[in-house]
Design a protein around this ligand. Structure first.
Ligand SMILES: [Zn+2]
Length: 439
């Protein structure tokens, strides 16, 4: 019997979510896509699945062209979503040979309030920022941390800007705490790739990795922002896209999420609703190389909006590790943060286990807000004290330790967000800002 402890998301920071996606021949069912503002029936609208796994974002501040994200056929085009505050600084393929890349240089513009870096490569390899140095020589991520930091190659606890590592696709957002200043000018990055980790031997790996670097440029640090969501339904909870968008109970869940995020100035914007193959209703294995969680997240490919993907499933299981009494998984995020503005990667989303909330003192809206918090870059305020090694806390000065009233506490049952947690979320490229929108 499983312990009925509540666990969410970043459990893998301790265990290492060493998941990779094996090739799968399953043909996903046609997606039905809807947009909240559109009341016309949209069942069976075929999605224009672009083979590219990143929705192209035209975010050059020099022009105001809306995002070109291939609208759904036979469906009114959603309002264009602009990301004028976000500039793509680099998009390149780096070659990792025996674990190492040559230096990648990029220029952080004046007025940048955040920089995010996404690494997307082979599914079973961990792609890592090995070193990140700013123009003044400060190391946001210091060379050699992978072998020296106690985070098992999964997390750099001793880096100025904390980073977490994931297989397949990982990302970093800076600054993510009060001790890091983002200095304009030329930054230097080196990458590392490995297999293993999380209590297994680490071996350097080789391969190509897609590197995408964004900066968010605003006149000042944002105090409010808008998050768009793509909602994906498997039938879990009795919800398909059409039912959910008309169900007062489901809409109330979204309103509760809105209420939680309102405390840091984050609001929900456009919402798309779509059905995916019911085969994803039960995710058998969030770990290991054959994880169907990774496959679930790739169902976001071709999504029309630059919105965070949320997947409603019945259950998220540990696979073979399920016998070890880790508890019930209520939700899981594709990364801390997930890869910004990339659709279709093995980490492009957040999954929530609807049925697992039944009979527990756990609210669906809290899990959603908590997991999306991870996806936007928030760590647990305090990890569970495992009784060995130091207890882990987030790098933020304004989140108290071991306070279960906080949304990002490891049980995920609280509700509070701190100002710095708000700043991290609002500075993520997924969040847009009304002041920078076209009229
Ligand atoms: Zn969590």
């Amino acid at each position: 019997m499983r312990h009925r402890t509540l666990r969410r998301g970043a459990l893998f920071l301790i265990l290492g979510l060493a998941v990779g996606l094996a090739a799968c021949d399953d043909e996903p069912a046609n997606k039905a896509v809807g947009v909240e503002e559109n009341n016309s029936s949209s069942n069976n609208s075929p999605v224009n699945n672009s083979p590219s796994n990143n929705a192209p974002v035209n975010n050059n501040p020099a022009n105001n062209n809306p995002v070109n994200n291939n609208p759904v056929n036979n469906n009114p085009e959603p309002e264009p979503i602009t990301r004028d505050a976000v500039i793509q600084l680099e998009q390149l393929t780096a070659v990792v040979t025996d674990g190492e890349t040559s230096a990648i240089r990029f220029t952080v513009p004046e007025g940048a309030v955040s920089v995010s870096i996404s690494l997307v490569g082979e599914d079973r390899t961990s792609w890592v920022i090995a070193a990140w140095e700013d123009p003044s020589g400060e190391e946001l991520v210091y060379d050699g941390w992978v072998s020296r930091d106690p985070g098992q190659g999964q997390l750099c606890l001793s880096c100025a800007n904390r980073i977490s590592v994931a297989t397949g696709a990982s990302a970093a957002l800076a600054p993510n705490n009060q001790d890091v200043t983002l200095v304009p000018g030329q930054h230097t990055l080196r990458l590392y790739a490995f297999t293993g980790g999380a209590f297994q031997p680490v071996s350097p790996a080789s391969g190509d990795v897609e590197v995408t670097i964004h900066a968010k440029v605003l006149p000042e640090v944002p105090t409010e922002g808008i998050l768009d969501l793509n909602l994906h339904f498997t039938g879990a909870g009795g919800w398909d896209a059409e039912k959910a968008r008309n169900d007062p109970e489901f809409l109330a869940v979204l309103d509760e999420v809105r209420a939680l995020y309102a405390q840091v100035g984050l609001s929900l914007g456009q919402i798309t609703w779509q059905d995916i193959d019911p085969a994803y209703r039960v995710i058998e294995n969030i770990f290991q190389d054959d994880s169907d969680l990774q496959e679930l997240f790739t169902q976001s490919e071709g999504n029309v909006a630059n919105a965070v993907n949320l997947f409603f499933v019945e259950e998220l299981a540990f696979g073979q590790a399920g016998q070890q009494g880790f508890g019930v998984i209520l939700g899981v995020a594709g990364g801390i943060p997930g890869p910004p503005l990339l659709q279709g990667t093995t980490r492009s989303g957040v999954a929530v286990a609807v049925d697992s909330h039944r009979g527990l003192n756990a609210a669906l809206h809290t899990t959603i807000a908590h997991e999306v918090g991870h996806f936007l870059g928030l760590f647990h305020t305090s990890e569970q004290d495992l009784g060995f090694g130091p207890q882990l806390h987030d790098p933020l000065d304004d989140t108290p330790e071991n306070d279960a009233d906080y949304l990002m506490f490891n049980t995920g049952s609280g509700s509070l967000l701190s100002p710095w947690q708000g700043r991290v979320m609002l500075s993520n490229p997924w969040v847009r800002h009304a002041s920078t929108e076209e009229p």
